[in-house]
Design a protein. Structure first.
Length: 281
């Protein structure tokens, strides 16, 4: 159990983790840090946090666990702040969608008296804000934790147990390994959805958008994500995203050539292989 957990950014992810930790009896007290008092008041009202702070240094004072649960760009800014008021041996982790830049900056800037373990819970909701927080958000979901030569083994184990206590499964990867995989499984699908909507928007068929059925809407749902949040994600994982995009373009080009050649037999073969692979997921 942690004496004091500090959630920086008690929104959907941070708020859900706070509620889950309370339910699991993993924290004596939970503090929340945010930019707006109204957001902290909502978190207090919902019981996600016990105290709210606008000032970072006061909020993390004497905490033995700090969770940076904000968008990637904001996490990078928070890492530049003063962490000296933490308990010696305190853990710091995060929930950012990219890992290499965050881990590199954390290991360079944070004092040697605290331990950092990068994290990424692969969970979420179309809703946002602490109002959408739920203690069951991470149940059965995977949380990727990062390990480098500088990672403290005991700290890594403690963060593993933290996530497992709220029902999550944990997987340990290098920061680069995480970013490469997530580029294909999260970042590329988002860009594919964006490109599809953009193609329709800029075509002569945009006037017929009312004909869009559930297939189109399901495929493009994620294109409604926050533009700023996704720009931050792409900017901190640009090399891996470009590599994934290159493979995607090659795949589209292969399909395009089969249609141009009217090679329906091979197209069907490709569709069958893809269906078989997808059905096994």
């Amino acid at each position: 159990m942690f004496k004091k957990v500090c959630i920086v950014g008690p929104g959907l992810i941070g708020g859900s983790l706070a509620l889950a930790l309370k339910k699991a009896g993993m924290a004596e007290t939970i503090a929340g840090i945010g930019h707006r008092s109204i957001s902290l008041e909502r978190a207090l009202k919902l019981g996600a946090i016990d105290k709210g702070f606008l000032e970072f240094r006061k909020g993390i004072s004497r905490a033995d666990l700090v969770v940076l649960a904000t968008p990637v760009a904001t996490i990078l800014k928070y890492l530049e702040k003063n962490f000296s008021s933490l308990e010696k041996g305190a853990l710091i982790t995060d929930t950012g969608s990219t890992k290499s830049e965050i881990v590199k900056k954390a290991e360079f800037l944070l004092p040697s008296s605290v331990y950092f373990v990068g994290g990424h819970p692969i969970a979420g909701s179309e809703k946002k804000g602490v109002e959408a927080a739920t203690p069951g958000l991470f149940k059965g979901k995977t949380v990727v934790l990062t390990k480098t030569k500088k990672t403290n083994r005991k700290a890594l184990q403690m963060v593993k147990e933290l996530w497992q206590s709220v029902g999550a499964k944990t997987k340990v990867l290098s920061p680069a390994g995480h970013d490469r995989i997530i580029a294909y499984l999260s970042h590329l699908p988002h860009l594919a959805a964006v490109a599809l909507v953009k193609a329709i928007k800029e075509s002569s068929e945009r006037k017929n958008f009312s004909f869009a059925g559930s297939g189109f809407k399901d495929t493009t749902r994620i294109a409604s994500g926050s533009p700023q949040l996704w720009c931050d994600i792409f900017s901190t994982n640009s090399n891996e995203v470009l590599s994934a995009l290159d493979d995607f373009k090659k795949s589209l080009n292969t399909i395009e050539k089969l249609i141009e050649k009217k090679d329906w037999k091979e197209l069907k073969n490709q569709l069958q292989k893809v269906k078989h692979f997808r059905d096994r997921l």
